[in-house]
Design a binder for this molecule. Structure first.
Ligand SMILES: NC(=O)c1ccc[n+]([C@@H]2O[C@H](COP(=O)([O-])OP(=O)(O)OC[C@H]3O[C@@H](n4cnc5c(N)ncnc54)[C@H](OP(=O)(O)O)[C@@H]3O)[C@@H](O)[C@H]2O)c1
Length: 262
């Protein structure tokens, strides 16, 4: 299995790290300039599964093509590789707002298109990629894409109309949690903790809470209730968060993101 990654920036680099740390297939990292190729070869010198190539070479060799360039660069990239893509291969655009209709217009017949939205915890194998396949993508092709992404974390298949909501709830969502942890660290320092201790405590609380949600499948409200004794200290903290409008702030934030990303 050969996977090509076009665009080894913040997101593509996270996916590449996830794939090569936990996966076993060949990964073609696409560089668009000789300088960038040299830089990527040096960066990934310790990972034999990674080969740095140009876009046309990747297009001719890969089974699955992960397009992780900025949205405005997708059309030019696909125009460049269009004639080299093999029939039966699958192009997965992970670029915000690039629609399946845009992809269909840019790709030759016989090349399947999937629209996706990843997030950066892919780097540590804890990402989520929301996938929306075009109507002509076979079950086998969709499963192939999901299998390729396993080392980066989970996948979820949703209709394309829900990609905006998925971006607000997943693609952008790590940033919300980082903001919360950042604020908690400042608050912990105000309580006399060192920054490193405050970060260790808040980070592990975030990791533990996330693992509880994913591994138990329980509603967040139930898990929260289990930490909240009547009239206790957690209840006091939660009452302040509610008084400061944390629910409204999150609803507003998710709606703003979904509106832009849809
Ligand atoms: N960052 C996130 O958390 C996140 C989450 C979900 C989705 N995404 C999506 O991921 C995509 C990339 O975002 P990013 O944040 O990773 O941006 P980024 O850090 O700017 O990375 C983009 C990369 O694409 C490369 N590139 C541009 N044109 C190319 C081409 N023709 N061939 C090969 N490489 C090319 C650039 O390489 P050069 O160094 O040569 O310029 C750069 O390394 C966007 O479409 C975004 O919507 C990002």
């Amino acid at each position: 299995m050969t996977t090509a990654i076009y665009g080894v920036g913040a997101m593509g680099g996270a996916i590449l790290d996830g794939l090569t740390a936990h996966g076993d297939g060949e990964v073609l990292a696409v560089a668009r300039t000789p300088e960038r190729a040299t830089e990527l070869r040096e960066r990934y010198a310790d990972r034999p599964a990674v080969e740095v190539v140009d876009a046309s070479t990747a297009a001719a060799r890969a089974d699955v093509h992960l397009v992780v360039v900025k949205p405005y660069a997708v059309a030019d990239l696909l125009a460049q590789v269009r004639d080299s893509l093999r029939p039966g291969s699958v192009v997965v655009s992970l670029a915000l707002g690039v629609s399946l209709a845009d992809l269909a217009a840019a790709l030759p017949d016989g090349v399947a298109a999937v629209r996706g939205m990843p997030n950066t915890p892919a780097r540590v194998g804890q990402g989520m990629t929301v996938l929306s396949p075009a109507a002509d993508v076979t079950d086998e092709q969709l499963q192939l894409v999901r299998d390729v992404l396993v080392p980066t974390g989970a996948t979820l298949v949703l209709p394309e109309a829900q990609q905006g909501a998925a971006t607000a709830m997943s693609g952008s969502a790590p940033a919300y949690f980082y903001l919360v942890v950042e604020a908690m660290v400042d608050a912990g320092v105000a309580q006399g903790l060192s920054r490193s201790d405050a970060l260790a405590l808040a980070g592990q609380a975030a990791r533990g809470a996330g693992a509880m949600l994913v591994e138990t499948g329980a509603e967040a409200a139930l898990l929260r209730a289990q930490v909240t004794s009547p009239g206790g200290s957690t209840a006091a903290a939660l009452a302040r968060l509610e008084a400061h409008g944390v629910r409204h702030a999150l609803a507003d934030a998710v709606a703003a993101c979904a509106e832009r990303a849809g």
